[in-house]
Write a protein that binds this ligand. Structure first.
Ligand code: GAP
Length: 441
């Protein structure tokens, strides 16, 4: 299967079918912000659901959290974001374009010339990526707060609350899915790097002596997750951070990378954060962030193994992985999204061959039977071939066609998205037949 060569085709399919739209499109859009349409919201929701199941339901020792986006400003001093969450920025004095200094060609840095218009570049300055806003009605520095640039800090500051209330003992984890905001200087590549995005983070609190072992365990578990959402292992790899790449908080870091059309790029970061975060919050808040081992009664600061995945990037990877333009025997080309059935936004399409002769009524009855089990889509308009093609582009694994034979034999034709094979399935067995393939496979 030929791989997708650029994001362009995905961008147009997304707009054509309703996966992803530019934010505020009728006003000309707003840079690096996107809206998920009717299909996109289902797809992304399924990504989150599968992550949540894999990270919480499958483990007795991982609990969930949903912390506020707005946090006390001191959180971001303690975390190091106020002082250090910066990129070096240069401006072109002529065309006003902004560049991240570390992404500019060396020749331009030497000549101080802008690569686009030849204008003069300013000296570089550190640009903080956090979005600032005001809390309350009075605008002074005391009321400045930030939109969180990562969900992780909401977990760290709640560590004592969870220990006190959840009966968890180390080792245990806290998982969270939520929005994060970064005023990226060079966003782009569709939803790969945006200014508003969602993270799926899990912080695992361990005894420092066991940290290296848990780090390896989580590396393997996280890699295995991508298989369950249908991403081929061949398109995934680990990238280890060298000493120059390590974030200020990390002792060891591996990225899970996916082979996107733009090349190997980060999907998720797995970090050994040691005791950096809990110690920082202890210092800045004055509150004890230690943990008392119930067996030994010894108090210590746990180490944290972090798994931090991008929800939008995982969704994008799933879309890249699914996309195919297949040339059929008659020379025509069908575009099909081969989503894993559990990720597919619509699971089953119900298509009466025609509206007349009682087929519409029967199709509606079948739809009503199935809709409490699956996300079902009903379409009665247009040629059946065109309806199939539309469902191929939406990535719907099964199309159920109701024809005149159905009235006699009480069976329907089920078309498989990938093979395009068609078989007859009795209506009485349809729900179980679909469930076996969609929910279990
Ligand atoms: N708490 C650690 C942390 O936030 P990170 O490597 O900065 O680590 C984790 O971010 C993940 O969040 C990345 O692997 C990526 O998937 C996603 N992510 C980060 N910045 C993003 C952006 N501007 N747009 C979309 N996703 C982003």
């Amino acid at each position: 299967m030929a791989r997708l060569e650029s994001f362009d085709k995905l961008v147009s399919l997304s707009k054509r079918r309703g996966f992803i739209f530019q934010s505020s499109e009728i006003y000309g859009g707003i840079n690096a912000c996107y809206d998920y349409g009717p299909l996109g919201v289902e797809l992304k929701r399924n990504v989150k659901q599968m992550w949540w199941n894999a990270m919480t339901r499958q483990h007795d020792n991982i609990v969930g959290l949903d912390a506020a986006i707005l946090m006390h400003p001191k959180v971001w001093e303690a975390s190091g974001h106020v002082g250090g969450f910066t990129d070096p920025l240069v401006d072109c004095k002529k065309c006003k374009t902004r560049f991240r200094e570390d992404t500019l060609p060396e020749a331009n840095m030497k000549s101080k010339e802008c690569p686009e218009c030849g204008g003069e570049l300013t000296e570089s300055r550190q640009f903080n990526l956090m979005f600032k806003t005001q809390m309350g009605a009075v605008e002074d520095t005391a009321s400045t707060i930030y939109l969180r640039p990562e969900t992780a800090q909401g977990i760290f500051v709640n560590f004592p609350n969870v220990v006190d209330t959840s009966r968890q003992q180390i080792p245990f984890g806290i998982a969270q899915i939520g929005k994060a905001f970064r005023n990226e200087i060079t966003p782009g590549n569709f939803i790969f790097r945006t200014r508003e995005f969602e993270q799926m983070e899990m912080q695992f609190f361990v005894n420092p002596e066991e940290a290296d072992e848990w780090f390896e365990t989580w590396k393997e578990r996280r890699m295995a997750f991508y298989d369950t959402i249908g991403i081929d292992r061949e398109n995934l790899r680990f990238h280890e951070h060298g000493p120059d790449e390590l974030a200020h908080y990390a002792r060891a870091a591996f990225d899970v990378e996916y082979k996107f059309p733009i090349g190997w790029s980060e999907l998720e970061g797995i970090h050994n954060r040691a005791d950096f975060d809990l110690k920082q919050h202890e210092e800045f808040s004055g509150k004890n962030m230690g943990y008392r081992d119930p067996q030994t009664n010894k108090v210590y600061t746990p180490f944290i193994i972090e798994t931090s995945a991008g929800c939008d990037r995982t969704t994008l990877a799933a879309m890249c992985e699914a996309y195919e333009e297949e040339t059929l025997e008659d020379g025509s080309v069908r575009t099909v999204m081969h989503f894993h059935p559990r990720l597919a936004p619509i699971k089953v399409a119900i298509l009466p061959l025609v509206k007349k002769g009682g087929l519409k009524e029967l199709a509606t009855e079948i739809k009503d039977q199935l809709k409490s089990h699956f996300n079902v889509f009903y379409d009665e308009k247009g040629a059946i071939g065109r309806r199939y093609r539309r469902m191929d582009e939406a990535g719907t694994p099964y199309c159920v066609t109701i024809d005149f034979d159905t009235l006699d034999d009480k069976a329907v034709t089920v078309r498989d998205r990938d093979s395009m094979d068609q078989i007859r399935v009795p209506i009485a067995e349809l729900q179980a037949w679909l469930a076996e393939r969609i929910l279990i496979s």
